[in-house]
Design a protein around this ligand. Structure first.
Ligand code: HEC
Ligand code: HEC
Ligand code: HEC
Ligand code: HEC
Length: 506
């Protein structure tokens, strides 16, 4: 190769070309350096707390002043546009979709109203509007205990701190209407000094203690699941622990499977309600997401709830946790594809396949349970005795528990498909045996015909069939929303206006 001086001598424009290329490279390097410095400055800016936040500050927007990205993404839980095949952020009236549920829950609040959950932003609004909380007219009125607020708001740890935990669980739901106003938020999951993940609910801490485990020893990755397990779990109200309190308790002492929890309930002879047709002592599964998740492959491989429901996100050079908690199917790129290389459509299909197959058998079990309740009622009508019915009623209790455990555990068909199918199959076997016993009993009473499936094609028909006065329930709710709710909101605004900057009542 010729020396560079000679090349330039032959072609003088080459000198200009080299000069220009050098300038462009220097310019680009300069740009890069400046961007890096800017982002560093931004990071420092983002991480410097502006307000000192108290652990019991319930207002998410106050925490948001220090952590705008997390707050802004948290606020997106207000978005209700996404729908997947079975889930998503819309409010679906499940009794309309499956009127059978009305009969399965006859005699219990869920037969009045049951909608599929939506984003955390709506937690307080939705519990106020549900027909299950009734239409209280004052602080000591209404069908539900104050305990029902426990998984709705960061005002809960604040009130538990003020009143004491047992006191919090005393009295009616309406007692705390003016106190619990901020939807699920920062103080539920974070320590305000360090911003580390933090367990704010005693139910989870106590359940761990009873099993001889110390939750403060949980690993960082476990905490990314345990913060959710404060609420997304099975629970019941222990009325024997303290006078007048509905003490929130997780029934985990024998294990997390449907059978282990059933055994726990059977031993203490607990039932949520007595079915109004079959008179069976029923159990209502709440929402055992953590329990079923724990029995699936992702938990087995150490994948946490946050890995899929709160993936990392990048904005302006900052990596942070996306607080828009929602169906991961609305964000497959950031959730699933961090670990899986398959196409988005394929991954979504994998989820739907599992759901479709499980729902096929779940629907069958629901139908068989409707028959069992109707047939048991017929047996009572024909003069069956308590002794003759005992085994049959336990069969109905156990089969419906399995159905509900699988159905109420949102996402279970994906979180733990094999376990969920197993629970449903065992429910089908139990209800089958129970209906054979029922057929024999009915025959012994001289009744040997098929009992027709009731006409429950719509929610309205099913509610009429079980004898609910929906008009009255709706009127009570509407009076409550017109009269009491505005008073709660006004009282809360006044109280919060009096908070000092640390969120402490003055
Ligand atoms: C303080 C209690 C509480 C905690 C903690 C909590 N949740 Fe929830 N979650 C709820 C309630 C209540 C709802 C239903 C809100 C509604 O429908 O009004 C809900 C709804 C959801 C939904 C449905 C949202 C939609 O768009 O359909 C998902 C998904 C979810 N939670 C996941 C999680 C995950 C993951 C965690 C942990 C990182 C978590 N939750 C922590 C109480 C909680
Ligand atoms: C349902 C539980 C939950 C709620 C509610 C919640 N967070 Fe988080 N937050 C998490 C999890 C999980 C992480 C990831 C923590 C980790 O892996 O270290 C996180 C991480 C963070 C971080 C660390 C930086 C980052 O983005 O990873 C900040 C800051 C934060 N959250 C602020 C907030 C603020 C502000 C709010 C209220 C607007 C809030 N969080 C509400 C669960 C929650
Ligand atoms: C943090 C990593 C991680 C994330 C995030 C993750 N997975 Fe997985 N997934 C795994 C591992 C590990 C396995 C077990 C397979 C193995 O070990 O070979 C698995 C297994 C599976 C399986 C087969 C198991 C079965 O049920 O039969 C499916 C399907 C699947 N994942 C889909 C998804 C989808 C959809 C998402 C997003 C919503 C997702 N995964 C998110 C790591 C992950
Ligand atoms: C491997 C990824 C993965 C993990 C881990 C995971 N989930 Fe899910 N979750 C999903 C998928 C996928 C769905 C189904 C979403 C759909 O059908 O739209 C789902 C559904 C849900 C739903 C119903 C959402 C809705 O839109 O109504 C809730 C609630 C939920 N999960 C909570 C949890 C909790 C709590 C944990 C931890 C105990 C957890 N999930 C762990 C992937 C995951």
């Amino acid at each position: 190769m010729k020396p560079i001086t000679q090349i330039i001598e032959n072609r003088p424009w080459m000198a200009w070309l080299i000069f220009l290329v050098t300038i462009i490279i220097v310019f680009i390097v300069g740009l890069l350096a400046s961007s890096v410095i800017e982002r560093r400055a931004e990071a420092v800016f983002v991480n410097v707390p502006k307000t000192e936040i108290s652990q019991f500050e319930p207002r998410n927007s106050v925490w948001g002043e220090n952590f705008p990205r997390e707050f802004q993404s948290y606020s997106q839980t207000a978005d209700t546009t996404f729908a997947s095949k079975y889930n998503g952020s819309q409010m679906i009236d499940m009794l309309e979709v499956e009127p059978r549920l009305v009969v399965l829950w006859a005699g219990y609040g869920f037969s009045k109203d049951y909608s599929q959950g939506r984003g955390h932003f709506y937690a307080v609004e939705d519990i106020r509007n549900s027909l299950r909380t009734g239409g209280p007219t004052n602080e000591t009125d209404g069908p539900q205990p104050s305990t029902c607020w426990t998984c709705k708001s960061p005002d809960v740890p604040r009130m538990m701190q003020e009143e004491g935990v047992t006191e919090f669980y005393k009295g009616k739901w309406s007692r705390l209407g003016a106190e619990v106003v901020n939807p699920i938020g920062c103080a539920d999951c974070h320590d305000s000094k360090t911003m580390n993940l933090h367990i704010s609910r005693p139910g989870l801490i106590e359940a761990f203690e009873r099993q001889g485990k110390d939750i403060t020893k949980a690993s960082h990755q476990e905490m990314r699941t345990l913060v959710c397990a404060q609420c997304h779990v099975e629970y019941y109200f222990d009325k024997h622990k303290a006078e007048g309190a509905a003490y929130l308790t997780f029934p985990w002492d024998k294990g997390l499977s449907a059978e282990a929890i059933e055994k726990y309930y059977d031993e203490i002879e607990f039932s949520d309600w007595t079915h109004s047709m079959s008179k069976a002592p029923m159990l209502k599964a709440q929402h055992p997401e953590y329990e079923t998740y724990s029995l699936g492959i992702h938990a087995e491989r150490g994948v946490s709830c946050a890995d899929c429901h709160m993936p990392y996100k990048s904005e302006g050079g900052q990596k942070f946790t996306d607080h828009h908690i929602q169906s991961p199917l609305n964000n497959v790129a950031n959730s699933c594809q961090i670990c899986h290389r398959e196409e988005t459509a394929k991954l979504i299909q994998n989820v739907y396949d599992r759901q479709d197959k499980i729902i096929e058998n779940r629907n069958k079990l629901e139908e068989l349970l409707v028959y069992a309740h109707v047939e048991a009622k017929k047996a009572w009508d024909l003069g069956a005795t308590e002794a003759e019915m005992k085994d049959i009623l336990m069969g109905i209790r156990h089969a419906q528990w399995r159905w509900d455990f699988a159905a109420a555990s949102h996402g279970a068909s994906f979180h733990a498909p094999i376990e969920t199918s197993r629970i449903i199959s065992s429910g089908i076997a139990i209800v089958g045996e129970t209906r054979i016993k029922l057929a024999r009993l009915l025959a012994s009473k001289g009744f040997n015909q098929e009992i027709p499936y009731p006409d429950i094609a719509t929610k309205a028909k099913a509610q009429e069939f079980i004898g609910l006065d929906m008009k009255k329930l709706r009127e009570e709710k509407s009076t409550f929303r017109k009269n009491l709710v505005p008073q709660w909101i006004e009282a809360a605004e006044k109280r919060e206006a009096g908070y000092d900057k640390n969120g402490i009542r003055q």
